[in-house]
Design a binder for this molecule. Structure first.
Ligand SMILES: C[S@@+](CC[C@H](N)C(=O)[O-])C[C@H]1O[C@@H](n2cnc3c(N)ncnc32)[C@H](O)[C@@H]1O
Length: 198
């Protein structure tokens, strides 16, 4: 089997790296939720060799992630753990940071609630969360292309779709996470950056 490939990862990896690299310079361990193809893990772990990068996803994506990991041979990336936020237990280990890209609009609202409840147990006080992807503000799409994308998502899975920034922020607050920054990214995406309160 050839390695799975997501063109979006190729396009967004450098803009994402520019934001997260300085914020991860004093951190050691990262848990990625929904690693997808594994491309981000390979790229970010390669660019930030001081990190220990734990991949995770639903089981069906593990083979592809492992193909990327085998080809890359980085020693600071770890094979995926089975983690569907709707039903799998999160690791007992604590991570300095959680990274997730283009997942919250794929998940149902129930799954996003589970995500925030569980990650709170996985990062220590002062731990951080990065959530990359599209969000709506004041109930509005930020672009026509995001509106079209949302309609397409819902036509595939009615429970999926772009989430409201304000709702995400409320869930985060309830989980003890404070939003520190909301970065504008190319192609109408954002990086939401949170700190766990001490
Ligand atoms: C659009 S892909 C993004 C993958 C990768 N992070 C990227 O940026 O290319 C969405 C990812 O979310 C994962 N995902 C969807 N629902 C999930 C859930 N309930 N728990 C964990 N991961 C989930 C999918 O398996 C998939 O890997």
């Amino acid at each position: 089997m050839t390695k799975p490939f997501a063109g979006s990862c190729q396009q967004n990896q450098d803009p994402i790296l520019n934001i997260i690299q300085p914020l991860l310079k004093d951190r050691q361990t990262v848990l990625e939720i929904g690693s997808g193809t594994g491309q981000h893990a390979v790229y970010f772990a390669g660019e930030m060799p001081h990190l220990h990068w734990q991949t995770s996803d639903r089981i069906e994506n593990h083979h592809g992630i492992n193909l990327w990991l085998e080809a890359a041979k980085n020693t600071n990336i770890y094979p995926p753990i089975a983690l569907d936020v709707s039903h799998d237990a999160f690791p007992k280990q604590k991570f300095d940071a959680i990274f997730t890209a283009n997942t919250l609009h794929i998940m149902s609202k129930d799954d996003v609630c589970s995500f925030f409840q569980s990650i709170a147990t996985c990062i220590p006080p002062k731990g951080i969360l990065f959530a990359y992807g599209p969000f709506n503000y004041n109930g509005e799409y930020t672009s026509d292309s995001n509106a079209q994308f949302d309609h397409w998502l819902k036509s595939r899975d009615i429970k999926s779709g772009i989430k409201d920034f304000e709702w995400i922020n409320e869930l985060a607050k309830a989980a003890g996470l404070k939003m520190v920054a909301d970065y504008e990214m190319p192609a109408n995406n954002r990086i939401l950056y949170f700190h766990k309160q001490g």
